[in-house]
Design a binder for this molecule. Structure first.
Ligand code: F6R
Length: 311
């Protein structure tokens, strides 16, 4: 494991304006790096294929993640960004939207693939992940991004008949979506982490939370539904009980094919999950722990989320 101290000061290329050098993500091809502002010492930290970057605040984390997403958005030609949803992603997209104002991009060949979608919500429901992705990616439409064609998410709703897909239809959709992701390999796949250690919606203790699992139907854990109730007016009963999600196997294949899996963890509520993911056993009890078996994984954590890793 090598330790790399980030230097203070502004980046020359204007990428990050947070008072530290822009991280050269290419340098993170070698796994096991730790980049941190503070002192860092965690016995038992077993990063394996993971690079860990600890920054002082959630704002720094959002800027750093936005730097990496921006590299994909500003590239030319056919390229794919893998999106996630949830509170952690909001400031990242907020930062990207701010950066869009003075620039011109060509997003005509940009493709986005989302991690997951609730079952039971029509796509135009504001809490659906299609709607959230449209809010995040919508500002790219003026640069030619075409969400109708190029935003892919698991389909869980029969729009023609105005009803959720049946279980049988959902299983067929899992296979279809797995193929879609296989045909659209992201350069970067954003990931959040649940306070119960889920990534995507691969749930703790599920037999499907194994690196062999592709896109699958999940029953959301109570902890996940409680956490997400804030997006449903605080009413846990309004949070769907099921979702379709990319599996750990989907993410593994993606990483093997060269995608960078970029996990962002911010806030105290994530510290136990992040500790379990990086220091605990690799097991379905903490689905994020399987990331340690994958290549090309970078974790950006703020000090609050990394508190149990920093001594
Ligand atoms: C969202 C997703 C989830 C979230 C996780 C954290 O597409 O797949 O894994 O990333 O639940 O959510 P927040 O960021 O709201 O704490």
């Amino acid at each position: 494991m090598s330790y790399v101290a980030l230097q203070g000061g502004h980046s020359a290329n204007g990428g990050s304006r947070m008072g530290y050098e822009t991280v050269d993500f290419a340098r993170l091809q070698t796994p096991g790096n730790v980049l941190t502002f503070g002192r860092f010492e965690t016995p038992g930290l077993s990063l394996s294929g993971v690079n860990l970057i600890v920054v002082p605040s959630a704002e720094h984390a959002a800027h750093l993640a936005a730097d990496r997403v921006w590299e994909v958005l500003a590239a030319e030609g056919q390229r794919v960004i893998g999106t996630a949803t949830g509170g952690t992603m909001e400031p990242i997209w907020g930062e990207i939207h701010r950066r869009l104002v003075p620039v011109s991009l060509d997003c005509r060949q940009l493709v986005a693939v989302g991690l997951d979608e609730y079952v039971g919500l029509p796509p135009d429901c504001p809490q659906s992940y299609r709607a959230e992705n449209l809010r995040n990616l919508g500002p790219l439409a003026r640069f030619g991004f075409n969400p109708a064609e190029n935003l892919h998410l698991p389909t869980t709703w029969n729009a023609g008949e105005g009803r959720p897909l049946t279980n049988e239809e959902l299983l067929i959709e899992c296979g279809r979506y797995e193929r879609t992701v296989g045909e659209n390999r992201p350069a970067v796949q954003l990931l959040g982490i649940g306070s119960d250690g889920h990534i995507g919606f691969s749930m703790p203790w599920s037999a499907k939370s194994s690196p062999a699992s592709g896109t699958h139907l999940v029953t959301l854990s109570t902890e996940t539904r409680e956490a997400n109730a804030r997006f449903f007016g605080g009413d846990i009963n309004a949070v769907p009980k099921h979702a379709l999600t990319m599996g750990l196997g989907t993410l593994h294949h993606m990483a093997e094919a060269g995608a960078q899996l970029l996990l962002v963890a911010t806030g105290q509520a994530k510290q136990d999950a992040l500790f379990a993911a990086l220091c605990g056993p690799v097991w379905s009890g903490c689905p994020a722990s399987f990331l340690r078996l994958f290549p090309n994984v970078t974790v950006i954590a703020d000090e609050a989320a990394a508190a149990r890793l920093i001594r």
